[in-house]
Design a protein around this ligand. Sequence first.
Ligand SMILES: Nc1ncnc2c1ncn2[C@@H]1O[C@H](COP(=O)(O)OP(=O)(O)OP(=O)(O)O)[C@@H](O)[C@H]1O
Ligand SMILES: [Mg+2]
Length: 228
Amino acid sequence: MQAMIELTNICKTFNKDRSNQVMALKDVDLRVETGEIVAIMGPSGSGKSTLLHILAMLETSDSGKYLLGGKDTAGLKDRQKAALRNKNIGIVLQEYGLVGELSAQSNVEIPLIIAGEGLGSSKRKALEALKEVDLADKAQTRAGLLSGGERQRVAIARAIVTDAQLILADEPTGAVDTKNGLAIMELFLKLHKNGKTIVIVTHNPEIAAMCQRTVYVEDGWIKYEYNS
Ligand SMILES: Nc1ncnc2c1ncn2[C@@H]1O[C@H](COP(=O)(O)OP(=O)(O)OP(=O)(O)O)[C@@H](O)[C@H]1O
Ligand SMILES: [Mg+2]
């Protein structure tokens, strides 16, 4: 079967032209099969978010190759990347990336509106997604007024609302309590059962153990991997 993700020799350096250079990723090879659920673990600053941003095509590597669904992403223009992302990738960023002035529901509607979905079905689907993260009661609350854990759940609802084949989540349970964390993980496991490919960055070994495989990143390298 075609791998969903195939990274080869990915390098990423920040502040390339200045003295305080950071080699965030060094020669990273990563293959994620279609339908797999994978955890990425590693210390703070090891390059996990950078790796996820590259997978989401929000960041471009300096060198190396990235095949997404077998398609080389190298030649894509920003517009093409944005369209691919909108259609195929659900992303939960570490900082959530919500619009504080908009309601929870409106935030979740954004990727659907971008995809050209009608207003009525966008609203309906957004509410369904908020129900999945147990936040339907806060649908009309402005995102900026929500607690950290609630904002995190809105970000998850937004990532799943388009029914994307690939879900990338950066510490999706980092801001919630154990009970909500488990509920979120159960949601991801349900999506995985329905055939989605899922990559989750986590500091929590229990969350990682619920995935099929853990990739351990340290100092910009993939140090080791193991199956759960
Ligand atoms: N835009 C940037 N400009 C400069 N340096 C950056 C940038 N983004 C990340 N870095 C650096 O790259 C390294 C990897 O950062 P990254 O955010 O990927 O780590 P992380 O593993 O996600 O950490 P955490 O667990 O704290 O979220 C760090 O040293 C960070 O300071
Ligand atoms: Mg991070």
